[in-house]
Design a protein around this ligand. Structure first.
Ligand code: ATP
Length: 296
């Protein structure tokens, strides 16, 4: 099922084009990242689909249905740190959040358990570390058992331990079947936590797909032999080859599916070609991301 589908969303703030014609689909069970540098339009996108920012153009649709206020019950979101009361306990803050959402208090122990604050629920909010505050915010968003959780830069400002805890928590929540949409400018985070990604740059969508696809953007082998012309001609006869380019001392050969280097080597050998270089190339998400930004 599609959790959300956007079609041609655009937003300008005066002369600033924050978002241009964004179309994407997020499916149930995905951990979906909006990845991009500061100012690329991530928060604007989340704000639009949550109905707190109004788009200039385009549409969006939740749960394959006509938009309706009642859908909000199925969406939990942490866009910024909620206004928790410092002198009230975590539990009492969640009681206020439950009242606002019209949800029974009986859900509070469940959400505290999920975020690992079951032993700290009675303690005052002001005694919490920043990481615990962030986890309480996520607990609050989970009240009422939403089917999708939206997080804007969930690890911003946290120390390494806090970052690890939030990442682990996101994976745990996703494992319960909750679809997650998060904004991040950190490649490593997306690689560790997310299944799918949309890369934004200056409000433009420059890549969308699975994180795996981005890490292995095509399958590439480096190949060289003493007769590079004959090698090129022979390689181009392989049906799975989708491209070839020259790179320093070797050919960079792209395949449409994962190549078996052994089979290719033996096939070339049968045609009288001895390779003096054969190496698999995988591009990291990082170099691919940087390439995408450069192309812009
Ligand atoms: P960040 O990680 O810095 O929050 P972002 O990717 O979430 O970045 P947005 O906050 O969506 O990006 O901002 C996109 C662009 O729109 C930026 O150029 C930003 O300065 C501009 N912008 C955002 N909100 C407003 C506003 N209320 N008024 C004017 N310009 C805005």
């Amino acid at each position: 099922m599609n959790i959300i589908e956007t079609t041609g969303l655009s937003k300008s703030y005066g002369k600033v084009h924050a978002l241009n014609n964004l179309s994407l689909t997020i499916r149930q069970g995905e951990v979906f990242a909006l990845l991009g540098p500061n100012g690329s339009g991530k928060t604007t996108t989340l704000g639009i689909i949550l109905g707190v920012i109004f788009q200039n153009n385009g549409t969006y649709r939740w749960f394959e249905e006509e938009n309706h206020y009642s859908q909000r019950r199925k969406i939990g979101a942490v866009l910024e740190m909620p206004n928790f009361y410092p002198y009230l306990s975590g539990t009492n803050n969640l009681k206020i959040a439950s009242d606002i959402k019209g949800i029974d208090y009986s859900d509070i122990p469940r959400v505290l358990r999920i975020v690992g604050l079951e032993d700290r629920g009675k303690h005052r909010f002001r005694t919490y570390s920043y990481g615990m505050k962030q986890r309480l915010a996520i607990a609050s968003a989970l009240l009422g058992n939403p089917s999708v959780l939206i997080l804007d830069e969930p690890t911003n400002g946290l120390d390494p331990q806090g970052i690890a805890e939030i990442r682990e928590l996101i994976l745990r929540i996703a494992a319960e079947g909750i679809t997650i949409v998060l904004a991040s400018h950190i490649l490593d985070e997306v690689q560790k936590v997310c299944s799918h990604v949309a890369v934004l740059n200056k409000g433009n969508l420059i890549f969308k797909g699975s994180v795996k696809e981005m890490t292995h953007p095509g399958y590439t082998l480096e190949m060289a032999s003493s007769d590079m012309t004959l090698l090129r001609k022979t390689i181009l006869e392989i049906p799975e080859v989708s491209g070839i380019e020259s790179e320093s001392e070797h050919w960079l050969v792209s395949f449409s599916s994962e190549p078996d280097a052994g089979i290719i080597n033996s096939m070339l050998h049968n045609k009288g070609i001895l390779l003096n270089h054969l190496s698999r190339r995988t591009k990291s998400l990082e170099s691919h991301f940087l390439d995408l930004l450069k192309k812009q």
